[in-house]
Design a protein around this ligand. Structure first.
Ligand code: NAP
Length: 463
């Protein structure tokens, strides 16, 4: 009986993971996709727990209770804006688990380990410990516990490469002769050291992309673990995780017009000495307006495109902005939302927020679908977005964001920008958009400004 239950559970898990991934490609089906993936995980757990090799459930139950409690607390208390670093932590612990399982497998079975299994264990341990320390470093940089600036020194790439080569060589030697137990800690320690060295030269700005890449490594480590343990669910889930993480980092690089090698070795933000990087931008006159004045302009607008960005997420202004869109629509304006692929701090960040506020999906358009329409739009209302609207990406070859595709807000008749002050965005660069004649700055917290706009627009519509 057990011989059938386990493979059937794993087959169901694999199928549901794929259905889940397909589901989360569309906002409409994302919720169901996640539910399918959760069900898949339940099948994977059941399949593992009915395994007849388990002799005692006590430690499993303890780990299950502690792990679930920590997971639930993180889900409830970690804000959406801190999601990238939360994901980095999850990868770190997933990868640590893979590294430790590989270690246990080695010490339990050496020297009687076949070459194939030993190769799988070596790969699992290499990638597992590398991803563990690398993800912890990424977490530290994103959470600003560690300096976000790239730490570079002469000959760094050579030292890094040498560390990796020695770790891999020790691993290969172990595959040839698994009885050389002294080599195992060499592989584990050098892999962990390489994880730290890999992240040190990468700037905080590139961390979300790197986290996605580390996700891919954690997936590959799970594949190796699956081969070492002969566990099909791990092989399937690891392969999906590995390829999804890799593809996501490629997509993120493309959306920012960066190459992979540039992310890994280019040290984005290295020349981060500008005043903008320090959060202070030189004082130049801008046109600012109160919510009352902005509401009067919005009242006459027939078409409005709202551009949400990271500041909207920080302020949690999505519900107020939806209300504003409703008032504008009732007043006869066509209202749409323009989503830049890297707006916010993780892919899909803005879609999630707008879906939470029940913004109809047909009002939410991707950059490629809506960019040409800005030229025929009365008002582009930029809410807490900065880099994704910065014209320097098109015009200034020296800008670190040069080449990144941007939302073409400056071609709208009027641009309204909601932000608290003149601080730079994630890339730490100044935005010329704010100094253009057609731009009106509405200073304040996005949620408060949105509340003010709803109030003043309603008052002026009913006057
Ligand atoms: P951004 O360039 O980081 O700018 C956000 C702006 O929001 C800031 O200039 C800030 O200005 C303002 N802000 C912050 N808190 C606010 C609040 N409570 N109320 C109103 N405004 C507030 O954001 P973005 O335009 O969304 O661009 C995303 C950036 O992240 C890009 O550089 C992208 O490359 C990077 N990135 C994104 C991803 C991803 O997957 N989405 C991954 C990696 C990197 P004030 O402080 O003056 O208010």
């Amino acid at each position: 009986m057990n011989d059938y239950i386990v493979p059937l559970c794993y087959l169901a898990a694999g199928g549901l993971f794929i259905v889940g991934l397909k589901g989360i490609t569309q906002p409409k089906t994302a919720r169901r996709g996640l539910q399918a993936a959760e069900l898949g995980m339940l099948f994977a757990i059941i399949g593992t727990l009915v395994n007849k090799e388990i002799v005692d459930f006590r430690w499993i139950i303890l780990a299950f209770v502690v792990g679930s409690a920590i997971g639930a607390l993180m889900a409830v208390f970690v804000p959406m804006t801190a999601m990238p670093q939360r994901i980095a932590l999850s990868h770190a612990f997933g990868a640590l688990a893979a590294g430790l399982v590989g270690t246990a497998e080695y010490y339990n079975h050496q020297p009687e380990i076949g070459a194939f299994t030993m190769a799988a264990i070596t790969l699992e341990v290499l990638l597992g410990f590398l991803t563990f320390t690398g993800s912890l470093m990424a977490f530290g940089k994103l959470h600003e516990i560690l300096p976000g600036r790239p730490q570079v020194y002469r000959g760094q790439n050579v030292v890094n490469l040498l560390t990796l080569v020695v770790a891999v060589a020790a691993g290969v030697w172990l595959v040839v002769d698994p009885s050389r137990t002294y080599l195992f800690p060499v592989v584990a320690v050098l892999a962990a050291a390489f994880g730290v060295m890999l992240i040190i030269p990468i700037g905080g700005a590139d961390m979300p992309t790197v986290i996605s890449l580390l996700n891919s490594y954690a997936g590959l480590s799970s594949v190796a673990m699956g081969f070492a343990l002969d566990n099909k669910a791990l092989i399937i889930a690891g392969a999906l995780d590995g390829s999804a993480g890799f593809l996501l980092s490629v997509i993120m690089c493309r959306a920012m017009n960066r190459s992979f090698t540039n992310v890994l070795f280019g040290a984005f933000g290295q020349a981060d000495t500008s005043a903008a990087a320090a959060g202070v931008v030189e004082e130049r006159p801008v046109r600012s307006a109160s919510t009352e004045e902005a509401a009067m302009l919005l009242e006459t607008a027939r078409s409005v495109i709202i551009v949400p960005g990271y500041g909207l997420a920080v302020a949690q202004a999505q519900h107020r902005i939806r209300e504003l869109a409703d008032v504008l629509t009732r007043n006869g304006a066509q209202v749409r939302f323009a989503i830049h692929p890297v707006a916010g701090r993780m892919p899909g960040h803005m879609n999630v927020l707008l879906a939470e506020a029940d913004v109809p999906y047909d009002q939410i358009l991707d950059m490629d679908e809506i960019n040409a329409d800005f030229a025929q739009t009365d008002v582009a209302l930029v809410v807490g977005a900065n880099d994704v609207t910065n014209p320097a990406a098109k015009t200034n070859k020296d800008s670190p964001i040069y080449g990144m595709p941007i939302l073409d807000v400056e071609s709208a008749r009027t641009v309204m920008v909601v932000k608290r002050g003149m601080k730079a965005g994630f890339a730490g660069v100044e935005n010329e958009l704010y100094y253009q004649d057609k731009t009106l700055m509405i200073f304040g917290d996005a949620k408060k400004v949105a509340e003010g706009l709803v109030r003043d627009l309603e008052a002026s519509v009913h006057a």
